[in-house]
Every structure is written in C-alpha cells, then in structure tokens.
Write a protein of this length. Structure first.
Length: 136
C-alpha cells in the first residue's frame, strides 16, 4: 500500500498534468505560484468562507479560472483578513483549498473580482471538478 506522502505526490502530479493542458505563460515563475497555466472553469458554482472573529462566514462565488497555484472568482463580499477557503458547490470532499487574496478588483457579474494564490497544494478534486465540470 502506498504511503500518504507518495499518494499526495501522485495526486499533485495528476493535478499538474491536468493544469498543464491549459493555455498559459510559457515560463513558470517558482516565486509566483499564480504564474502557472490557468484554465477557464466549466463549473462556476463555488463558495468562499472565512473567519470574522469567532464567526465562520460563507458566501456564494462564481469561479472564473483555476490552476495549480491560484484562481480568480467573483463574489459580492471580500474577506476581512485576505484569507479564505474556496470550495466547489456540490463538489467531492477534496474540492476545497485555503487561499490568500492577492488582488481585488471590480467584478462584472458580482461586486468584486478576487485573485487568489493557494496557500496549500490544489486538490485534484477542485482542479478536475472546476475544469471538467461536476457530474450531477
């Protein structure tokens, strides 16, 4: 039976292969995880969550693009401290990831466009679900 570490490495490799099929910059900058290839999402339904004091808040979001190092989305809220949890609505258990907001702009369909960098490896369930869509 493979160790947990080898399964995580295997999952990371599958995610990188999936993201590698996305159009993106020709050179990946290891100091900027968001510089990797990004894919437009077929599954847009997502939610974001964050802590405000002792209260865990959630809001609907529209996922725009995703890669192994980050994502962009639109939402009607922005987290207070710049750190949030991104998850696909109705996605598998491994379809959420903690992220840090690196830029906030004006949205087109929602109030804000949030640009995120993931603070942990992007789970395959999130990447695959967002890019290929979820089976309902």
């Amino acid at each position: 039976m493979p160790s947990l570490a080898s399964r995580q490495d295997e999952g990371s490799t599958r995610s990188e292969e999936l993201a590698g099929s996305c159009p993106g910059p020709s050179a990946f900058d290891p100091d900027d995880p968001r510089s990797g290839p990004r894919c437009t999402c077929l599954e847009h339904r997502a939610w974001v969550a964050w802590w405000r004091g002792a209260e865990f808040r959630t809001a609907d979001a529209r996922l725009l693009d995703v890669g192994t190092g980050g994502a962009s989305l639109e939402a009607d809220v922005r987290p207070d401290d710049g750190r949030l949890l991104l998850a696909l609505q109705g996605g598998p258990p491994d379809s959420s990831v903690w992220a840090r907001v690196v830029r906030v702009g004006r949205g087109r369909l929602r109030s804000y466009r949030l640009h995120l960098v993931f603070v942990e490896p992007c789970p395959e369930g999130l990447l695959r679900g967002a890019i290929e869509g979820l089976r309902r």
